[in-house]
Write a protein that binds this ligand. Sequence first.
Ligand code: PLP
Ligand code: SF4
Length: 326
Amino acid sequence: MTVWEEELRQCCTDPAQIARRFGLDPASAGAVAERYPVRLTPHLLGLIEGPDDPLGRQFLPHPAELDEDRLPEDPLAEETLSPTPAIVHRYRDRVLLLAANTCAAYCRFCTRKRRVGCRGRSVAFGEILAAIEYVAANPEIREVIVSGGDPLLMADGMLGEILGRLRKIPHIGLLRVATRTPAVLPARITASLAELLRRFAPLFLTTHFNHPRELSAEAAEACARLVDAGIPLANQTVLLRGVNDDAGTLADLFQGLLLLRVRPYYLHHPDPVHGTAHFAVPLTRGRDIMQELWRGTSGLAIPHYVVDTPGGKGKVPVHLVDTVDK
Ligand SMILES: *Cc1c(COP(=O)(O)O)cnc(C)c1O
Ligand code: SF4
């Protein structure tokens, strides 16, 4: 077993143990975990200080997840944009290939909370093959974003198999791999993985860091390994109440990412997903934060601030949204 597989095996998924360690109510933690799985990597266990710190808020179960908040399970209507189970095809020229349904750690604010980590939703290899066939049969698709769940929970062999089949499709230009592992399971980014990804160039890897405290020495090493292998990195951040909803924190995060040679790509306005109302931030607040960032930061450190429009119409830069606050 590799080091990262061993670390995955040591993840903590027991709500009682997590409750004891972080002083949560065990009954409530158990009830939340029954509906929405909880998983913490050893790396995260070392970073989380308590339920209210920026990492605890992102990863520890919270009673508000079970509130009757009247928010939809699938606000982006992904299930209706899915011509075959492992594909989400919303934009003409690019698709998501949901190649895995598990993650090293479960973010409490996840847009795909309805399905990630849920038993019975694991991705069969046949579904991945059907997804690749769909891509091959649709020449207007130029880019495939391999996502999930977290596709880097697959072993190198399986990942190479999927990327190799995609690379053979003549109309596919760019490949993208979206992963949270540099932040939560940095040991996954081995030299052999970097070498494997390099072989499928042009391939971008998108990371997901939300708070400067996630930029640990191990995460920095993981990013360096990828960039040194020639793999361009772009980062997606989700704006989250009580985690990063102030300009100072985001400026530190984005400048820190640049120093790791990771370009801040998107700042996502949080999606209105069932069980995540406690992370909601008003659009006006997000706009004020972006304005403050503009004044004090290198342009390279400024991501696009986007909101995903309900009903599956796609991401829109917030400065182009003239809707009322949501
Ligand atoms: C975000 C997203 C993409 C990628 O969009 P970019 O703006 O190119 O990063 C593709 N498909 C779906 C369904 C998405 O949600
Ligand atoms: S890593 Fe991504 S898919 Fe997995 S729980 Fe977090 S946000 Fe959701």
